[in-house]
Design a protein. Structure first.
Length: 329
C-alpha cells in the first residue's frame, strides 16, 4: 500500500530536490468509459493512448545556442549566429515605425537609370555608410526636390543596419512629431513631451524625414534645437531628408552682401533650410551630417504618369475592339 508523508513540507522538499528530467516526455493513460471525456478522438473503453511531444526545430549552424564558432587565422572566436541576428533584425524592423509606404524600399531597387543616372553618387554614399557604420557615425543630410528618392535611400540604410548589423533604428516624420508634441500640451493627455521624445533621443540611429516641412515659428526653432542638440551631445547618428535648399538664412545672406529684398521678393526666392530651422541649428546640422545632394527626375510623378498613360491606352484599345458577335438562333 502506498504511504504518504505525514508532514506536507517534507513532500515539498523531496519534490524540489528530485532530479529534473529534460528529455522528451511521453504520457500514457486509460480512456474513460464515456467517449465525451476524450477531446481528440473517440476510443474504445480500456484502450491506451499516447501523447508524444515533438522537439522544436533548431538552427543547424548553432544547434539552438545562438552562438557559432568561426576561425580567424589560428584562433577560433565565438560570434552571434546568423539566426539570432536575423530574428533581432525582424524585431527591430517592427519597432522602427517605418511607414508601410516605404516597406519595399531597398538599396538594390533604387532606380538610377535614364535621367536618374545623376543619383549614382548618392546611392554609393548610402551603401558606403551602411557598410562602414559604426566606424563612421557622422550622419547624412539628403537634400533634393520632392520625389527624387531621398526617403527611399534613408529608409534603405535603416533596413540594412537593422537586418545586417542588429542596430536599433527609428523612422520619425518631422511634421507628425511636432503635431504629437503639441498634442501632449492638452491637459487631458497622459503622455508628457519628454516621454514622447525619449525614443527620439535614445535610439542609436534616427531618420528625421522632411526636416523643415512645418512653417517657421520660435516654438519650431526651439523644438528642433532640443532634438538636434540632444542627439549631438550624446554622439548619436541622425539621418535627415529635406526639400529645402541647403543654405543659411536669407536675411543673413542679404546682410553679408549688403542686399535688401522686400517680403514679396523673398517669397519668390523661396525659403532655405536655414530659414526653416534657424541659423544656429543649420550650422550645427552640418557638423552632425555629411551633405548628400540629390538631383534627378521626380520618380513619383514619372511612375504615376506612366501608369495613367498605360491605363488610358488600355481603355482606348478596348474601345477600338469590335463588339462581340451575337449568334443568331
Amino acid at each position: 500500500m502506498q504511504t504518504y508523508p505525514r508532514n506536507p513540507r517534507e513532500s515539498a522538499v523531496k519534490t524540489l530536490l528530485s532530479p529534473i528530467y529534460t528529455g522528451v516526455h511521453s504520457f500514457y493513460g486509460h480512456c474513460a468509459q464515456s467517449p465525451s471525456l476524450s477531446p481528440l478522438r473517440d476510443a474504445p473503453p480500456g484502450s491506451r493512448f499516447k501523447f508524444v511531444t515533438t522537439p522544436t526545430e533548431t538552427c543547424p549552424i548553432c544547434g539552438g545556442t545562438g552562438w557559432q564558432t568561426i576561425e580567424r587565422g589560428k584562433e577560433r572566436e565565438a560570434v552571434r549566429c546568423e539566426c539570432r541576428v536575423r530574428d533581432r533584425g525582424e524585431r527591430l524592423l517592427t519597432a522602427a515605425h517605418i511607414p508601410p509606404r516605404y516597406a519595399g524600399c531597398d538599396l538594390t531597387n533604387f532606380n538610377t537609370e535614364g535621367e536618374r543616372e545623376t543619383l549614382l553618387d548618392a546611392k554609393r554614399t548610402a551603401e558606403q555608410f551602411a557598410e562602414n557604420y559604426p566606424l563612421e557615425k557622422r550622419g547624412l543630410l539628403f537634400v533634393g526636390s520632392p520625389g527624387v528618392g531621398k526617403t527611399h535611400l534613408a529608409v534603405s540604410i535603416l533596413k540594412r543596419l537593422m537586418g545586417d548589423k542588429g542596430i536599433q533604428c527609428r523612422f520619425v516624420d518631422y511634421r507628425e512629431l511636432l503635431k504629437q508634441i503639441q498634442y501632449t500640451y492638452n491637459p487631458t493627455v497622459q503622455m508628457t513631451e519628454l516621454e514622447l521624445l525619449q525614443p527620439v533621443f535614445e535610439t542609436e540611429v534616427v531618420l528625421l524625414d522632411e526636416l523643415g516641412a512645418i512653417r517657421t515659428s520660435q516654438w519650431v526653432w526651439d523644438t528642433v534645437a532640443h532634438i538636434l542638440n540632444n542627439r549631438y551631445a550624446e554622439n548619436r547618428t541622425t539621418l535627415i531628408t529635406t526639400n529645402f535648399e541647403d543654405r543659411a538664412e536669407r536675411a543673413l545672406e542679404e546682410k553679408e552682401r549688403g542686399e535688401h529684398f522686400t517680403d514679396p521678393e523673398r517669397a519668390v526666392r523661396g525659403e532655405t533650410l536655414g530659414d526653416r530651422i534657424g541659423g544656429a541649428m543649420w550650422s550645427r546640422l552640418h557638423e552632425m551630417c555629411q551633405k548628400v545632394d540629390m538631383v534627378g527626375g521626380d520618380y513619383r510623378r514619372r511612375f504615376y504618369s506612366t501608369r495613367l498613360v498605360r491605363k488610358r491606352m488600355s481603355v482606348k484599345s478596348h474601345k477600338d475592339e469590335p463588339p462581340p458577335a451575337v449568334e443568331e438562333n
